[in-house]
Design a protein around this ligand. Structure first.
Ligand SMILES: Cc1ncc(COP(=O)(O)O)c(C=O)c1O
Length: 383
């Protein structure tokens, strides 16, 4: 049987990983500035994470959500403490799309309304509502098409205000990434996030902060949206939460009330996933990784801004996008094939850096060296 061919693959088989390095099946080492798409938060195969999962496997890996699971309570307490979102409630699931699907559904249940505001270039996942709220018609199947989603331009206050002025009473939710990832690293401005908060309050709508990619410390704050100093009603999380162990969640403000059967999942919140997520939080705290992401990200952004050949740099913490001057567009290929560095991309020409929050300053310098070498090489290559 063949694999369903939906991914344009790099012809490299990664079979081993540690911290910010990965190795292929030929033993070739690579520097990982991509973190498997922003998933690796505390570093590949972190020993504490491996041990906690291993220990949990010997106790119990799975039971359904029909029984009390103290490890879920432990995780809820730990996330409340680390995020500062006191008294928020936790619903556990398995992925980013599922987190957003539940967030949107919950907002609709809570308000009794149908309309959702999302933003141009947004990406929220591939399940039915999440993909409908994603601004990419090529991945929206006919069955997912709905006129309940309205796409407004990001950071345009007047468009937001006008829409709320006419349709406010019908709006269930506004969903917004703190920093748009798939779009190519575009930040929602603090003033725009504050306006979303204000309009949602006035209209009785739910503010959903999609933190699947930009959350969990990656921006240098627990949630990228925290920069606005205003809480959302629901935060969706996934990627960095399990450091590669599949887990997602929504954090729900206290005023949104639960009811039996409102949401549900078979695998979400299983003990093994909770153990992985607790290990991640313990390492983030012990190694001060949120502060490290802020400091190392600022250093990397400044170094990129001073790199000849780099045209623009965007982002915050360790969620960075940059574009090259004309003639240097092939930089990702040279970085991967010759300099042995994994990076991410966003169409058409954005290079995305999403390394582990635990990446060392030496590895950042190594990346900058290799980037400079790749630039020199491309400059010497005849067009
Ligand atoms: C902002 C954002 N939301 C949601 C998702 C979907 O997450 P998942 O692929 O885990 O379903 C992604 C994935 O890239 C994302 O970047």
């Amino acid at each position: 049987m063949s694999l369903f061919n939906v991914y344009p693959l790099n012809p490299i088989a990664i079979t081993k990983a540690a911290a910010s390095r990965v190795w292929d099946d030929q033993g070739q080492e690579y520097l990982d500035m991509y973190g498997g798409h922003a998933v690796i938060s505390i570093g590949h195969t972190h020993p504490h994470w491996v041990k906690r999962i291993e220990d949990q496997l010997h106790e119990i890996a799975f039971y359904s959500n029909s029984v009390v699971m103290p490890i879920q309570e432990q995780l809820a307490t730990a996330i409340n403490k680390l995020s500062g979102k006191k008294d928020f409630q936790l619903f556990l699931c398995n992925s980013g799309a599922e987190a957003n699907e539940n967030a949107l559904k919950l907002a609709s249940f809570h308000t009794g309304r149908k309309k959702i505001i999302a933003f141009k270039k947004s990406f929220h996942g591939r399940t039915s509502l999440a993909v409908a709220a994603t601004d990419n018609p090529s991945i929206v199947a006919p069955v997912n098409e709905t006129d309940n989603i309205i796409f407004l331009p990001l950071n345009e206050l007047t468009a937001l205000e006008n829409y709320f002025a006419t349709m406010g009473h019908e709006i269930a939710a506004v969903i917004v990434e703190g920093i748009q990832g798939v779009a190519g690293i575009y930040e929602a401005s603090p003033i725009f996030l504050q306006a979303i908060r204000k309009h949602c309050d006035a209209a009785g709508a739910v503010y959903i902060a999609d933190s699947v990619q930009c959350g969990y410390g990656r921006s240098g704050q627990f949630f990228a949206h925290d920069i606005a100093g205003a809480d959302a009603d629901i935060y969706s999380m996934a990627k960095g939460m399990g450091n590669g162990f599949p887990i997602g969640a929504i954090l729900i403000a206290p005023h949104i009330k639960a009811k039996f059967g409102l949401l549900g999942t078979t695998f979400g919140g299983n003990p093994l996933a909770c153990a992985a997520a607790l290990a991640v939080i313990e390492v983030i705290q012990k190694e001060n990784l949120i502060q490290a992401a802020a400091a190392n990200g600022a250093y990397l952004i400044q170094a990129l801004q001073n790199t000849p050949g780099v045209k623009t740099v965007r982002g915050r913490g360790l969620m960075i996008g940059f574009e090259m001057e004309p003639g240097l567009e092939e930089i990702r290929k040279v970085l991967l094939n010759e300099m042995k560095v994994f990076t991410g991309e966003a169409k058409p020409n954005v290079i995305r850096l999403l390394p582990s929050l635990a990446i060392s300053k030496q590895d950042i310098d190594l990346f900058l060296n290799r980037l400079n070498m790749a630039i020199q090489e491309l400059k010497q290559t005849p067009a």
